[in-house]
Design a protein around this ligand. Sequence first.
Ligand code: ADP
Ligand code: TYD
Length: 214
Amino acid sequence: MNQKGNFIVFEGIDGSGKSTQIHYLIEHLRKENVPCYATMEPTDSPIGSVIHNIMTGRIKTDNKVIAALFAADRLDHLLNEVNGLAAKVENGTTVISDRYYFSSYAYHAVDMPMDWVIQANEQSAQILRPTVNIFIDVDPDTALERIAKNRFERELFEKRSRLIQVRENYLKAFDKLKDIENIVCIDGNQTPEQIADQVWAAVYPFIQGTKGEL
Ligand code: ADP
Ligand code: TYD
C-alpha cells in the first residue's frame, strides 16, 4: 500500500470520554478493514513513567520541567525505533492517539505562556500534524462527576479550577491555530453512541484509500 495512514487525535479535559470514543472508533475502523493502532500520551516509555510519577505526586519538580518532559515524551512517541508513530503513519497505519500537543497547550498554559508551550512542541508539529484533532467538549463539573465514580486516586490535574482553565486554554489554542490545524469540536454531553456517530462522520472522509486488502 502506498497511501499514508491518518493520525487521529482525541483531545479533551480529564473524564471527557476520550478513551470511550477511541474504543468505538477502533471497532468502526476494523470493520472497514483499516489497519490501525491506538496509543496515548503520556506514554509508557521511560520518559512517560517519570511523568506518571510526577502526576501521582511521587516525584516533585517545577512546572516548566513537566512541560519539557511531555514535549520529550512526545518526540520519543513519534521517533523511537521500536514503535514510533511517524513510521507507522508513513507505512499506511492509521494511528489514534489519546492526547497530543494540544493537551500540552491547554494544560501547561495554566502555568506559563501558551506560546512558549507551542514553541517547545514545534518539532513534533513539523514531524506529524494530526489529520484531525477531535475535541470532546464537556463541562468540567460533569467530567469531575464521571471521574469521581471511577477513580480512587485523583491526579494532580483533575482539580476543578484547573479543569476550568484547561478547557478555556483548549478553546484559546484552537482559535490561535485554526488556520493550520484541522479541529472538530463535539459536544461531549450527548450519549456515547451519539458522540461516536459524529466522530465517525469526522473521520470517514479521510479513510478512503487507506483500507487494507481483503
Ligand atoms: P477520558 O478518557 O477522557 O478520561 P473516559 O472515556 O475514561 O474519559 O470516560 C470517563 C468516564 O465517563 C467513564 O466512566 C465512562 O464510562 C464515562 N463516559 C464516557 N463517555 C460518556 C458519555 N458520553 N456520557 C456519560 N458517561 C460517559
Ligand atoms: P491520564 O489519566 O493518563 O489520562 P486521561 O485523564 O486523559 O484519561 O492523564 C493524563 C494527564 O496528563 C491529564 O491530566 C492531562 C495531562 N497532560 C498534560 O498535562 N500535558 C500533556 O502534554 C499531556 C499529553 C497530558
